[in-house]
Design a protein around this ligand. Structure first.
Ligand SMILES: *[C@@H]1O[C@H](CO)[C@@H](O)[C@H](O)[C@H]1NC(C)=O
Ligand SMILES: *[C@@H]1O[C@H](CO)[C@@H](O)[C@H](O)[C@H]1NC(C)=O
Ligand SMILES: *[C@@H]1O[C@H](CO)[C@@H](O)[C@H](O)[C@H]1NC(C)=O
Ligand SMILES: *[C@@H]1O[C@H](CO)[C@@H](O)[C@H](O)[C@H]1NC(C)=O
Ligand SMILES: *[C@@H]1O[C@H](CO)[C@@H](O)[C@H](O)[C@H]1NC(C)=O
Ligand SMILES: *[C@@H]1O[C@H](CO)[C@@H](O)[C@H](O)[C@H]1NC(C)=O
Ligand SMILES: *[C@@H]1O[C@H](CO)[C@@H](O)[C@H](O)[C@H]1NC(C)=O
Ligand SMILES: [Cu+2]
Length: 570
């Protein structure tokens, strides 16, 4: 029923309202140091008059204005936490090379900013491309603590006249905590209760969104999926897209009619405007809702306007819009050769009912639980024990990487829906993808130069083989970027070169970092439970929830579909 309500605003494009919110929202700066004061606080956000709910905003605003910088700048964010719980800020895709303690992953690389506390993040922006900033404390990203970070390159390879920053976001009526409670319920009737995702495109309701095009000009559209869970497919009627960037990695130009941007991913496309102002057209930002099991509403088709003239009529022109570009078809401009693996880490992603009677996700049957001491502080303070995985706690699912080894990650997704997997501190080469069961696969050969990304979407029942060089000592998470799946345990930890963490990073940690731990009663030394020995972890069950699966779901969609269709129709 509420789907119908939503249609008035979200599934039509008839409204004549002109809202030129786009670039006005984004603050532009060119200085070598960009210094921002961010009060992180609750804001009432009204979804175009349809419903109002609390969002986590900054300085009283939501959507949160984006940051635009130039390669080589330093971004300094003085963050003050005015929420009723801790918080943190993660710069997604930024390597934090030598500054792992500014990566913002709460209880992994820092203790989090306490209530009423503050922290200053100093982020070196020496990578050009399209990035974003979001909370890495529980599910605050889903509640809105997220914005765009664009780093322009003074020596841009591709030429264009103008730039459009187009964040694609899902949004829900319910706060994330309520949804997580639903999603980890063992009872499928509750777990699959229909929920309605809304879309916010470029900071507004898609049907009100105008991309203002001038004849003959070439635009770089920076697409960023900064939502909580769903992939978007972007396409433009009557226009051709030329894909030039994925996740900050410039690629050889590739022509397409559509591009899929999974949660956490970014893509830049060049689009040359048509030569007349006779017509306006439609762009699509269609949302894939596979994991909701509402086949009738998958995809949800959101559309907005490509506007040449406010008085022109919309001309529909459907083409091969559903085309995707496969990662395996892309080549990075830097032409880095394929890496040879030194070390292999296999991660099997399963979900199911765990022994605490809740539905959870897992890698290798371990559902992630936060340690009592941030993993980075454990690595810094445990001397030679830092070389042993036990010290980090079984449920952080820690793998230790040797400095400069090439690491191959094999990810097998045994769920029936896709997950967007993200690695902190690195980009990885995508070497191979395929179907786990049919063995149908696509492989890069040694002569190829595989594309690199920081987030890869792996389809249901599919696998991917990824490689990266461990040349960035630190503690880096690898996790699904669906906020709800992080909360349900689909996350693991790489501790990269513990000896280098101790020799290079330990002395660089700012005082305020430890003070924020002390303020929350979190110890700043010791193993995952705060002990001083490697073996005194005791009963692993102390880290809730208990890790043992009772029953796993199969890679096939469960038979709840009928039920859901019934609920929707009735
Ligand atoms: C934070 O500040 C508010 C307002 O001053 C106060 O009511 C609250 O108790 C403080 N909370 C903590 C944890 O210090
Ligand atoms: C627009 O006109 C110019 C000059 O006549 C031509 O070179 C270009 O190909 C045209 N572009 C399109 C999209 O038709
Ligand atoms: C969205 O468009 C696709 C392709 O035209 C169609 O298959 C699908 O049913 C549409 N979704 C909805 C909810 O109408
Ligand atoms: C494009 O990608 C989406 C999302 O991953 C997928 O659901 C869809 O089937 C793909 N379309 C094609 C034609 O491969
Ligand atoms: C995880 O559980 C699944 C399903 O019970 C089982 O097939 C698999 O072997 C287990 N994997 C590991 C690494 O224990
Ligand atoms: C980090 O910096 C070192 C040089 O100090 C460099 O060799 C390495 O490639 C960098 N790693 C990343 C991921 O940027
Ligand atoms: C760990 O093992 C490596 C290789 O044996 C060694 O070089 C290093 O000093 C050890 N200690 C730490 C903290 O990494
Ligand atoms: Cu996921």
């Amino acid at each position: 029923m509420h789907i119908l309500l939503a249609e008035r605003c979200f599934f039509g494009s008839s409204t004549k309202l002109v809202l030129l919110l786009v670039l006005g929202l984004w603050c532009v700066a060119h200085a070598a140091t960009i210094e921002l004061n961010w009060d992180i606080e609750y804001v009432d956000y009204s979804m175009e008059g349809m419903f109002t709910r609390k969002a986590i905003g900054i300085n009283g605003q939501w959507p949160i204005p984006g940051v635009v910088a130039t390669k080589g700048d330093t971004l300094i964010i003085h963050a003050t936490n005015k929420l009723k719980e801790p918080t943190s800020l993660h710069s997604h895709g930024i390597f934090q090379n030598g500054t792992n303690f500014y990566d913002g992953a709460a209880m992994v690389t820092e203790c989090g900013i306490p209530m009423n506390g503050s922290f200053t993040y100093v982020v070196n922006l020496n990578q050009a491309g399209t990035y974003w900033i979001h909370s890495h404390f529980k599910s605050q990203t889903a509640d809105g603590l997220r914005t765009t970070l664009v780093i322009r390159d003074p020596d841009e390879v591709y030429k264009y006249d103008d730039e459009i920053i187009l964040p694609l976001e899902d949004w829900f009526r319910e706060p994330a905590k309520t949804l997580i409670k639903q999603f980890n319920n063992p009872d499928p009737h509750i777990r699959f209760k229909p929920i309605v995702p809304y879309a916010i495109i470029g900071g507004t309701c898609s049907s009100k969104k105008r991309l203002n095009f001038a004849p003959g000009k070439t635009y770089r559209i920076r697409l960023l999926n900064i939502g909580a869970s769903f992939d978007f497919h972007f396409s433009m009627e009557a226009h051709t897209l030329r894909l030039i960037e994925v996740d900050g990695v410039m690629v050889k130009e590739r022509t397409t009619h559509g591009v899929t941007v999974g949660t956490g991913q970014r893509a830049s496309v060049l689009v040359t405007a048509l030569n007349t102002t006779d017509n306006n057209y439609i762009f699509h930002a269609d949302m894939y809702t596979d994991l909701l099991q509402m086949p009738r509403y998958n995809p949800l088709n959101f559309t907005g306007t490509i506007e040449y003239s406010p008085s022109a009529k919309i001309k529909r022109e459907r083409s091969a819009m559903w085309m995707n570009v496969s990662d395996l078809d892309l080549e990075p401009l830097d032409a880095e050769p394929m890496l040879e693996a030194d070390q292999i880490v296999t991660l099997d992603a399963y979900s199911g009912i765990f022994s605490d009677q809740s539905f959870r996700h897992s890698f290798n049957n371990v559902t992630y639980a936060v340690p009592q001491i941030p993993t980075l502080l454990t690595a810094m303070t445990m001397g030679d024990y830092a070389n042993r995985t036990e010290v980090y706690g079984k449920q952080t699912d820690t793998h230790i990487l040797k400095h400069l080894d090439v690491v191959q990650i094999v990810v097998n997704n045994h769920d029936y829906y896709s997950h967007p997997f993200h690695l902190h501190g690195h980009v990885f080469q995508i070497i191979e993808t395929g179907d786990i069961r049919s063995k149908e696969r696509r492989v890069k050969t040694a002569l190829d130069t595989p594309v690199k990304r920081d987030t890869v979407v792996i389809g249901g029942g599919h696998y991917a083989i990824l490689r990266f060089r461990a040349d960035n000592p630190g503690v880096w998470l690898f996790h699904c970027h669906i906020d709800f799946h992080i909360m349900l345990g689909l996350q693991m930890t790489f501790v990269e070169a513990p000896d280098k963490i101790q020799s290079r990073l330990k002395h660089k940690v700012p005082d305020a970092y430890r003070e924020n731990c002390v303020a929350q009663g979190i110890k700043t030394t010791g193993n995952a439970l705060g002990g001083s020995e490697v073996m005194d972890l005791g009963d692993q069950d102390q880290l809730n929830p208990s890790p043992y699966p009772d029953q796993f779901e199969s890679a096939d969609p469960p038979s709840g579909w009928m039920l859901i269709s019934y609920i929707l129709q009735g």
